[in-house]
Design a protein around this ligand. Structure first.
Ligand code: CA
Ligand code: CA
Length: 412
């Protein structure tokens, strides 16, 4: 049981990694992230308005936990970021602060300048700072480029956290499995796999009770055995129907791999034998979407830039084998913060027209050919490409991508 718990924890962690990495900027969630970030990017005043509005919405709920308790006469002189008016904050700074404090850290930049907070939450909090000296004539225009950069950077991370929570909720709903039946290991099940009206006897065996880190499994269909080597097979297998227009159902065996390298192997039964029909990334209940009309998709880890995922498309060929549907560019959706200006080309050609990506903005890594070019989309809809040398050196700069973008992920 203890091992099983560990297994579940490991799975949860991996899923969280995937959520952060693959879904942080995903299309379903881009809207909220995009809108909020857009406000920060372009409309500082609106951002302040938003801050006020969100204070109203959240103050009652958050006030108690977010504001450190202290007697009202006690003044402190601490800052979350004492230098946030002088130096650009870094990704490390963002990881070294608790996410619940990000909003305070952002408002601290305004407070240092004397901004008069309308909400009790912020006026109480900053009112207890010895350094806070409110003045009615404060104007956002007084903020320096460094301060604006830091406000936007902190806001980017606030938005990421919000998106993260939203995605977490969504996944439990959206991943409710369709077109799939799941069966436990080590138990005979009877399903007609080839549509001849006769049920097949199916048994999925993993080696032993504690299988968390096992390395093999067996699939038996009508007594014929197929043995698979792997890393961490799931405790269940699935039967799916990739194409409802044919009589065949497919068996899926999923392996979590050594380090979130999820793979799934597909089989079908032709009436005599069980045949392997393909191996793709993803788990039967994570990252693989089967609609039932032949074409389906599965997450795939990109080969360049950083640890991110896109969907590959697949179909069954005339021999009932899984084949990939070629795509010139894979759509992705990953929100990053621009740390340093970067030249983008309007097409995948360094002789094409170019424009500069502005520092201090949030952009979407919207796709890649998975060979050398990556597509960036700005909040105002401009799209441009940059090329890589090797894994993540940006061509023409001799610098790695993380020198230009905050928010990239480098997981194993
Ligand atoms: Ca049958
Ligand atoms: Ca079918």
């Amino acid at each position: 049981m203890a091992k099983n718990g560990g297994f579940m924890m490991q799975r949860l962690l991996l899923i969280l990694v995937l959520i952060v990495v693959a879904f942080t900027g995903c299309s379903t969630d881009e809207k909220s992230l995009g809108n909020k970030s857009n406000n920060t990017n372009n409309k500082t005043e609106v951002n302040m308005e938003n801050t006020k509005k969100s204070e109203k919405g959240n103050i009652e709920a958050k006030e108690k936990e977010a504001i450190p308790e202290g007697t009202s006469t006690e003044y402190t002189n601490d800052f979350f970021f004492p230098q946030s008016d002088k130096v650009k904050l870094t990704q490390d700074d963002m990881y070294n602060i608790e996410s619940k404090d990000l909003e305070l850290a952002r408002n601290e930049i305004y407070a240092r300048r004397g901004y008069v907070f309308k909400s009790e939450r912020f006026s109480n909090y900053f009112g207890k700072k010895g350094w806070y000296s409110p003045r009615e004539d404060f104007k956002t225009a007084e903020l320096t480029p460094v301060e604006m950069y830091n406000i936007k950077l902190i806001f980017y991370f606030e938005s990421l956290n919000k998106t993260y929570e939203e995605v977490e909720n969504k996944i439990t709903v959206s991943e409710k499995i369709k077109n799939i039946e799941i069966y436990d290991r080590n138990k005979e099940v009877y399903v007609d796999l080839n549509g001849d009206g006769i049920e097949e006897k199916i048994l999925y065996k993993t080696n032993g009770e504690d299988f968390s880190y096992g390395n093999a499994c067996e699939l038996l269909v009508n007594g014929q055995e197929i043995r698979l080597e792997g890393s961490s097979f799931l405790n269940s297998f699935a039967i799916v129907d990739i194409d409802k227009r044919d009589k065949i159902k497919e068996i899926v065996i999923s392996d979590e791999g050594p380090s979130s390298d999820y793979i799934s192997e597909f089989f079908y039964y032709d009436g005599k034998k069980t045949l392997e029909i393909g191996t793709i990334e993803g788990l039967y209940d994570f990252g693989i979407k089967i609609g039932g009309l032949g074409e389906f998709s599965a997450i795939s880890r990109a080969d360049i830039l950083h640890t991110w995922w896109f969907d590959r498309l697949y179909k069954l060929n005339s021999h009932h084998k899984i084949v990939e549907i070629e795509q010139d560019v894979f759509d992705a959706n990953y929100s990053v913060f621009v740390k340093k200006p970067l030249k983008l080309y309007v097409s995948r050609d360094s002789k094409s027209d170019s424009f500069m990506l502005k520092e201090g903005t949030v952009v979407n890594l919207a796709g890649t050919d998975n060979k050398e070019w990556c597509l960036v989309e700005t909040k105002d809809g401009k799209r441009g490409w940059f090329a890589l040398e090797g894994y993540d050196e940006i061509r023409g700069t001799n610098l790695n991508a993380w020198e230009f973008f905050i928010g990239l992920c480098y997981a194993d």
